[in-house]
Design a protein. Structure first.
Length: 255
């Protein structure tokens, strides 16, 4: 049963809702990447990345987790990525922008994946809940990191289960994790909303603690940098499960 619960948590992010909507009216168009910015990983022989990339063509911006660095192009050159390889990069790619759709908390009636006896196409959540009712302490200390647009701090579905001490806003560089988009709250609801009688949604596991890393703006934009910082924080916090948006091809390189 413990294995079943861990499986349910791990695949929670795969459950989608038909309530997902298009982006807000007035949302600015999403660029493919931040103009002139590159995420680089240095070669083993480069011991001082700042010195290697800080010059007439590029400006060293900051060190990122997992051995990556962010640099900004400062003047027009023919092939910036090739030039970065010459300067000491093992790999170089644009600072990609990820865009997700605006959505909101789902309704319980839309959560067909939790229990679907007609076809059997579900994750057997109800069976797991029966176990949780008898041993709620079994997963009460399980922490799930959600890397998204934040969380609705006013939603009763999450009362008392947000780990504010570990949560962080990597977009604003502060502790404000309020969700102004809706996507992060939707994901958090699917994973861990309470089963209170007035709740709008039932979470796969209503007992888990939620660690929120705000890595996307209110318009649903994230960069490679904000995702990397959030992943690093989640790993250092030693959470049991990480649910994150992805940015390719950065994900493929990291894997």
């Amino acid at each position: 049963m413990h294995r079943l619960l861990r499986t349910l948590l791990t695949i929670a992010f795969l459950i989608t809702s038909p309530l997902a909507t298009h982006a807000k009216i007035g949302t600015p168009p999403a660029p493919d990447s931040i103009p002139g910015q590159y995420v680089v990983k240095t070669r083993a022989d480069v011991t001082q990345p700042r010195n290697a990339f800080d010059g007439d063509e590029f400006r060293y911006v900051e060190e990122l987790p997992f051995g990556y660095h962010l640099v900004q192009q400062t003047r027009e050159i023919t092939s910036p990525e090739s030039r970065l390889l010459e300067l000491g990069a093992e790999s170089a790619q644009p600072n990609f922008v990820k865009r997700i759709a605006t959505t909101s908390l789902a309704r319980t009636t839309d959560q067909w994946a939790l229990e679907n006896p007609a076809t059997g196409a579900d994750i057997r959540a109800v069976k797991a809940w029966s176990y949780l009712k008898t041993k709620p302490e079994s997963t009460a200390k399980v922490r799930v990191a959600i890397i998204d647009t934040g969380i609705d701090l006013g939603a009763k579905e999450f009362t008392g289960r947000i780990d504010f001490a570990k949560s962080y806003n990597f977009i604003g560089g502060n502790l404000n994790i309020q969700d102004f988009n809706g996507h992060g709250s939707h994901v958090a609801g699917v994973i861990g909303a309470s089963h209170d009688a007035t709740a709008r949604i039932r979470g796969v596991n209503p007992n888990v603690q939620l660690v929120i890393y705000k890595a996307l703006t209110m318009y649903g934009f994230a960069t490679s940098g904000s995702i990397l910082k959030s992943l690093d924080a989640a790993l250092k916090t030693k959470v049991r499960v990480i649910n994150a948006v992805s940015i390719k091809p950065l994900d493929e390189e990291m894997i």
